[in-house]
Design a protein around this ligand. Structure first.
Ligand SMILES: [Zn+2]
Length: 434
């Protein structure tokens, strides 16, 4: 079995990686300065010109880019190549405001697909595999990215896109899919459907590559045991190309960042100060090989930790932890920071499923939080009394994790709407009152 897609790059020495980064970063900076008026203006406002930047050690002098910049510059403001050189756009879902559109040259797509191919090979993929891609195709990067990577590895690629679970399962069985690519919440839903249909023994899956939303270690274990697979994490953002910015290897202890294409920093999300590697903070990425839409110092809002140590897989790229949550997803309830991932951890540790919903509300000036979670088949046959006892136990566990009281209700099976893409975990009614 091949261990790497691009061995010389993925196992390069730290000195070699730094040399690539320096050269590519300075090239990209020059390219952006020449061709991107929006970022040039930001640099001038900060009083910095390319002559002030001699190596990646001077990166901190450059201004950050945020999603607001991307919205403000919509659609062409942050392009660094002529439109005639571009061959594709991809776009974010735009659920929290105006869409962000990213442009790609042919070469940009080629490099992006290389990154996805690395992820597939790291998950054990070879040309013998059948890869079922049930990320959405179209503007969303998930489908197209993994699809391109799968082609590069030479796998038989099933471009299923999201939804239509019946058809997904039929192809999974008939064409003997071995690698599944989708959101973790959809993987959990597929696992549930497979068990209901009693077709677990007809499934040939060995691995899954799951990303595009936050998920916990507990959810990983749950999916792995229900599908009998290894579940690998993948990370990316449309703004940076799409999935494949970072990917997990056989160790499953964090995702290797493709450092030949991206430079990563961690910063304090409040002050913007750069933190030493290894401290928890917001991830900031600089793309150093893209031509059409290279972003310098893009703030992701994802909170994570970087770890640079020898990995048993032989790869030398730095690893990032699973994002502990987006600073966007963080709820402030009664002044306490709460991440949905903490709630999920408690529920799964308590033997419940990942079918849950968090409802936040405000009565007068007091915040309230309620967690509805579906009962498992085992609980379904229990008496009301037993269920109430379970609710109290989970409420206690929740209180010790979150530090605040959250009402936990165990609800009927299938009463929480399933998602075929990103799950809707939080309903924050407080927003209705502005
Ligand atoms: Zn590794």
């Amino acid at each position: 079995m091949e261990l790497y897609y691009q061995k010389e790059i993925e196992t390069a020495s730290p000195e070699q990686i730094r040399e690539w980064q320096n050269e590519r970063f300075l090239n990209t900076l020059g390219h952006v300065w020449e061709n991107n008026k929006y970022y040039k203006k930001k640099m001038l406002e900060k009083g910095v010109i390319p002559e002030d930047i001699h190596s990646i050690d001077d990166m901190w002098k450059l201004p950050y880019l945020t999603k607001d910049d991307l919205r403000e510059a919509y659609p062409y403001g942050l392009m660094s190549a002529p439109l005639s050189d571009c061959v594709r756009i991809q776009s974010t879902s735009g659920t929290t405001g105006k869409r962000v559109v990213a442009f790609y040259t042919k070469e940009d797509i080629d490099l992006w697909e290389d990154c996805c191919a690395r992820a597939i090979v790291a998950a054990g993929g070879t040309k013998e595999d059948v890869v079922q891609v049930c990320y959405g195709y179209g503007l969303f990067t998930g489908g197209n990215g993994l699809h391109g990577g799968s082609h590069k590895v030479g796998c038989l690629t099933l471009p299923m896109s999201s939804g239509n679970t019946e058809r997904q399962l039929q192809f999974m069985v008939d064409l003997e899919s071995t690698i599944l690519c989708c959101t973790p919440s959809y993987a959990a839903y597929l696992a549930e459907s497979i068990h209901e249909k009693g077709i677990r023994n007809d499934i040939k899956l060995k691995a899954g590559i799951f990303g595009a939303e936050a998920w916990t270690e507990e959810m990983r274990k749950d999916i792995e045991s229900r599908l009998g697979i290894k579940a690998y994490d993948i990370y990316g953002l449309t703004e940076l190309s799409g999935p494949g910015v970072a990917f997990e290897c056989c160790e499953q202890t964090g995702m290797h960042i493709n450092e030949d294409h991206f430079i990563v920093e961690t910063i304090d999300p409040e002050t913007g100060k750069v933190l030493p590697e290894g401290e928890k903070g917001e991830l900031v990425f600089t793309s150093i090989t893209k031509r059409a839409f290279p972003l310098l110092r893009y703030r992701t809002k994802d909170i994570a930790v970087l770890k640079r140590e020898k990995c048993s897989c032989g790869r030398t790229f730095v690893k990032m932890s699973k994002p502990m949550g987006r600073s966007d997803d963080m709820l402030i309830i009664k002044g306490v920071n709460v991440f949905p991932s903490q709630i999920e951890t408690v529920l799964l540790n308590q033997g419940l499923t990942s079918n849950y919903q968090i409802v936040v509300d405000r009565v007068g000036t007091t915040d309230s939080i309620e967690i509805n979670v579906e009962m498992t088949p085992e609980l379904f046959s229990d008496t009301i009394n037993t269920i109430e006892i379970r609710e109290r136990q989970i409420t206690e566990a929740m209180k010790s994790m979150l530090g605040i009281y959250a009402k936990v209700s165990i609800v009927e099976p299938k009463s929480i709407i399933r998602s075929e893409g990103k799950a809707v975990r939080v309903i924050d009614k407080r927003k209705l009152y502005g």
